[in-house]
Design a protein around this ligand. Sequence first.
Ligand code: SAM
Length: 282
Amino acid sequence: MPNSPLANPSATRAVLERHGLALKKSLGQHFLIDDNIVGRILALAALDDATPVLEIGPGIGTLTAALCGASGAVTAVERDRDLLPALGEVMASCPSLRVVEADAVTVRTSDLETAIGPPTALVANLPYGVAATVVLRFFEELPSLRSATVMVQSEVADRMAASPGGKDYGAYTVKLRMLARPAGRFAVPRTCFMPPPRVDSAVLRLERVDREEPPALLAATARLAEAAFAQRRKTLRNSLIAASGLGSARIDAALKATGTDGRRRAETLTPDEFVALATALG
Ligand code: SAM
């Protein structure tokens, strides 16, 4: 039994032809045509009947059909209304699937309820143009979300999973890592998609990190990280003075209080060190 009846080239082509669909590059429409990859996504996502799932960009329903078989209920958010008739076919055999026609960047999180509650798992082959934004947004704005298992461009997976000190580590990494940590990854060849993308892909699993700090402090930490990385080649102190708007006296006091050497570069600070600095800045 395949994980998804659509995860092969002939079935995908047949659906596209039957519905007269032309693929839209602008919406990142690269559909999965490899059932083995669908199975590996399911294995990494580790779903069960009690897991309410959120899928972004169901497309013609390739991954959706597999998610319906592996989880209790799915809400799928698709921006391209031309795909809804094809998704209707998937819904016919998956009564607990809700399709929401919306942009994942702006959809209200209160509209994402599944039949068994708010989503706890995000599982998606994401449109690459908005992947980084969408993952951070749902960890920030959907408190029920415990994990995300997402196909993204491999460079984006590198940024999401980067450790301090490397070129991929930046303000985005710090913001995401305050909320979630990487917990598994595999590479996906370009030939697994129709049409094949021009970039390499990877599936990354992220798991929520429960933090005790109040949301306001995490938001202040995010702003501080933006300022620290605004000019990567400057020292931490100079970058913060130039971009945070907080004034050199406050910056120096916070660096001193936390024992942080202001001559360091932003990319050497761990997320926890950014939190400590934001705390010291009040
Ligand atoms: N899930 C399908 C699969 O794995 O074959 C399709 C994945 S395809 C990479 C990305 C999907 O996201 C497309 O169906 C596209 O129309 C949809 N999409 C693009 N931008 C979107 C957005 N901002 N919000 C919701 N869906 C979007």
